[in-house]
Ligand binder design. Structure first.
Ligand SMILES: NC(=O)C1=CN([C@@H]2O[C@H](COP(=O)(O)OP(=O)(O)OC[C@H]3O[C@@H](n4cnc5c(N)ncnc54)[C@H](O)[C@@H]3O)[C@@H](O)[C@H]2O)C=CC1
Ligand SMILES: O=C(O)CCC(=O)C(=O)O
Length: 527
C-alpha cells in the first residue's frame, strides 16, 4: 500500500492544504518520505459532517453487521502485512517483536469488541411493564436501552502506535458502541496512521456502511485537534498522551456551547509497594523483575513503575543492590521521538540535580536518541516535602522512597495523585499490612496488582485501565477492556411507546434474544 500523506475523509483521500510535515525516523532523526499535509478547517468540517450523516444509520446497524465490520477492520489490518511493521518500526523506534505483539493486541481488541456487540449485553435492555391498575396512580410502560452518543474524536498515543492509535482501543470501543470515529493522527507516526486508516476505510466500504463512519485527519500542530473537539457534531473524545495535551482537550470540550465528555488517559507513576516479608524472602528477585518492567519499551509505558515504596532494612538493601546491578547492564534504547527523549533527559537531570535525591544507578549510555535508564532514591520526608518528586518522568526512570515504617508508606500513598495502577509485593506474612493499605489504594488507582508490575495491560472483560485524575480525566471508566464501550453510550427511556415504534432490543418478542432486566430481574431470552 502506498503512503501518500493524504487525509482520509469518508471514502475519499484528499491532500490537505495546511502545513506540511514529515515523519521522523526515531533512531536517526532523519526525515522520512512522503510529506504529509495537515487538514484544513474545511477538511475537519467535511469529516464531521459525514460522521453526523452516518450516525443514525450506523448506530442502528444490526449487531451482527456491526460485529462483522469490526472483524473486517481487524482482517484488513492484518492484510497490510509486514509493510505496517516496517513503517511503524522506523517511525517509533520500537522493535519488530514488540510491534508484532502490539498488532496482535490491536486486532484481538477489535475481535473482542465484535464479541461484545454480538452478545448485546451492552444495550442493558430493561423493561418495567405498565401497571394500569396500580393505585393510587397507574404505572406507565417504561423501557430502557443504551444508545451511541454520537461521532467520537480519537487522539492516538505516540507510545502505542497500533494498540492505542488510529484503530486502537478508543476507536474499537467507539465503533462497537455505534459511534462514527474521526481520528486525529499522531504526528510521530503519520505513515503508520495512514496505513491503518486506509484499512479501516476499506472495511467501511467492504461492509457497505456509510462513508462517514470513519475519517482520519493529519496535523503538524494542534489546530486540527482543537477544531475537531470544538465541532458541535463531535459528542465525545478519546485521548491518550500527556497531561498537558489531555487537560487542553478537557478545557476545549468544557468551553463549547454544548460541553462534551473527554476520556483522557494521561500521566501516572504507578506506585509499587514492597512489603517487608516479601522483601526479606526475595528482595533480589523482585529487584531484577522490577528492572525488566521499568526498561520495557525504553520505559515508555504509562503503566511504568516510576515509584517504589518500602521500609528500610536488609530486604530493601538486597532489592536495591540487585536492581542497581541489573539496571547498570541495561542497554540504552531508542525513544519514540526526539521531543520525548529531550523531555526524558530533562526529567532525569532534574532528579540528579535535586539535593534530596541520590542516583543509585544509570543504564548503559547510548546514541543521540536513546534513553539511558536511571534509578534514584530519596527519603519519605523529602518526598512528602517536594511535590515535583511525584511528577511523571516518561521513560525508564524510577524513584525509590525509603520509609522508616509502614505508617509512612501509607502516608506517602495518601499524598499521591490518582494513578492507573499500584502493585504490592507480598508474602502471606504481609497480608495484614496489605489489608490496611487496600482502602488507600482503591481510592487512588484503577488497578491493584499483587507480585507483579503494571506494564502489559491484559485486554479483557475485567480489566480497568483508568483511575482518578490525573491518571485519567474520568476515573469512572476504562480505556482498555470491554467495559470501555460504556464511555460512548447513554441511556434512553421509552415511555408508553406503541410496540410498532419500539427498537428491536425492547420489543416483547425479544427478536435479538437478549438477556434483559424484566421488572428489575435479569431474565434469560426465551428459546
Ligand atoms: N502517560 C502516558 O501514557 C504518556 C505520556 N506522554 C508524555 O507526553 C509527552 C509528549 O508526548 P506526545 O505523545 O506527543 O503527547 P501529547 O499529549 O503532546 O500529544 C498527543 C496527541 O494530542 C495532540 N495534542 C496535544 N496537545 C494538544 C492541544 N493542546 N490541542 C489539541 N491537540 C493536542 C497531539 O497533536 C497528539 O496528536 C511525552 O514527552 C511524555 O512526557 C506521552 C505518551 C504517553
Ligand atoms: O502497559 C500497557 O500495556 C499499556 C500502557 C498504556 O496504556 C500506555 O502506555 O499508554
Amino acid at each position: 500500500m502506498r503512503i501518500t500523506g493524504e487525509n482520509l475523509i469518508g471514502a475519499a483521500a484528499r491532500r490537505g492544504e495546511g502545513e506540511t510535515f514529515r515523519a521522523v525516523e526515531a533512531a536517526t532523526g532523519n526525515s522520512l518520505e512522503p510529506a504529509f499535509a495537515s487538514a484544513t478547517p474545511a477538511d475537519v468540517e467535511r469529516a464531521c459532517a459525514l460522521a453526523a450523516e452516518a450516525f443514525d444509520t450506523y448506530r442502528e446497524t444490526s449487531l451482527e453487521d456491526r460485529a462483522r465490520f469490526l472483524e473486517a477492520v481487524a482482517d484488513a489490518i492484518v492484510a497490510i502485512g509486514d509493510e505496517l511493521i516496517v513503517r511503524c518500526m522506523a517511525e517509533s523506534g520500537l522493535p519488530r517483536a514488540r510491534l508484532e505483539g502490539e498488532r496482535g493486541r490491536t486486532v484481538g481488541q477489535l475481535r473482542m469488541f465484535a464479541g461484545v456487540v454480538r452478545d448485546g449485553g451492552f444495550l442493558e435492555a430493561r423493561i418495567d411493564p405498565a401497571q394500569p391498575e396500580r393505585k393510587p396512580l397507574p404505572r406507565p410502560d417504561l423501557r430502557l436501552r443504551q444508545i451511541a452518543v454520537g461521532p467520537v474524536a480519537v487522539f492516538g498515543a505516540s507510545n502505542f502506535p497500533l494498540a492505542f492509535s488510529v484503530a486502537g482501543g478508543d476507536t474499537a470501543s467507539a465503533l462497537a458502541a455505534g459511534c462514527p470515529v474521526v481520528a486525529k493522527a499522531h504526528p510521530a507516526h503519520p505513515g503508520t496512521s495512514e496505513l491503518v486508516g486506509r484499512a479501516v476505510q476499506a472495511a467501511v466500504k467492504q461492509c457497505g456502511l456509510p462513508e462517514g463512519v470513519f475519517s482520519l485527519l493529519l496535523d503538524a500542530g494542534i489546530s486540527v485537534g482543537q477544531a475537531l473537539v470544538a465541532d458541535p457534531r463531535i459528542a465525545a473524545v478519546g485521548f491518550t498522551g500527556s497531561r498537558r495535551g489531555g487537560v487542553a482537550l478537557m478545557q476545549a470540550a468544557a468551553a463549547r456551547k454544548q460541553p462534551i465528555p473527554v476520556y483522557a488517559e494521561m500521566s501516572s507513576i504507578n506506585p509499587v509497594v514492597l512489603l517487608p516479608a516479601a522483601l526479606d524472602a526475595r528482595g533480589a528477585e523482585i529487584g531484577r523483575a522490577f528492572v525488566g518492567s521499568l526498561t520495557l519499551g525504553s520505559g515508555q509505558f504509562c503503566t511504568n513503575p516510576g515509584l517504589i515504596l518500602a521500609v528500610e532494612g536488609a530486604g530493601l538493601d538486597s532489592f536495591l543492590e540487585a536492581a542497581s546491578a541489573a539496571l547498570k547492564e541495561t542497554q540504552a534504547a531508542t525513544m519514540l521521538t526526539p521531543g520525548i527523549h529531550k523531555a526524558y533527559c530533562a526529567g532525569v537531570a532534574a532528579l540528579e540535580a535535586n539535593p534530596a535525591v541520590t542516583t543509585l544507578a544509570r543504564g548503559l549510555a547510548g546514541g543521540t536518541h536513546q534513553g539511558q535508564a536511571a534509578l534514584f532514591s530519596t527519603t519519605a520526608q523529602a518526598f512528602l516535602a517536594d511535590h515535583t518528586l511525584a511528577e511523571e518522568v516518561f521513560g525508564a526512570a524510577s524513584l525509590v522512597v525509603r520509609c522508616p515504617d509502614l505508617a509512612t508508606v501509607r502516608a506517602v500513598l495518601e499524598q499521591l495523585e490518582g494513578q492507573l495502577t499500584a502493585a504490592v509485593h507480598l508474602d502471606e506474612a504481609d497480608f495484614e499490612a496489605a489489608r490496611a493499605l487496600l482502602p488507600a489504594l482503591e481510592r487512588r488507582v484503577g488497578r491493584i496488582l499483587v507480585n507483579g508490575f503494571g506494564t502489559g495491560v491484559e485486554v479483557g472483560h475485567a480489566m480497568v485501565h483508568g483511575g482518578p485524575y490525573p491518571a485519567t480525566s474520568d476515573g469512572r471508566t476504562t480505556s482498555v477492556g470491554s467495559l470501555a464501550i460504556h464511555r460512548f453510550l447513554r441511556p434512553v427511556s421509552y415511555q408508553d411507546l406503541p410496540p410498532a415504534l419500539l427498537p428491536a432490543s425492547l420489543r416483547d418478542d425479544n427478536p435479538l434474544k437478549l438477556w434483559r432486566r424484566q421488572d428489575g430481574k435479569l431474565a434469560a431470552p426465551q428459546a
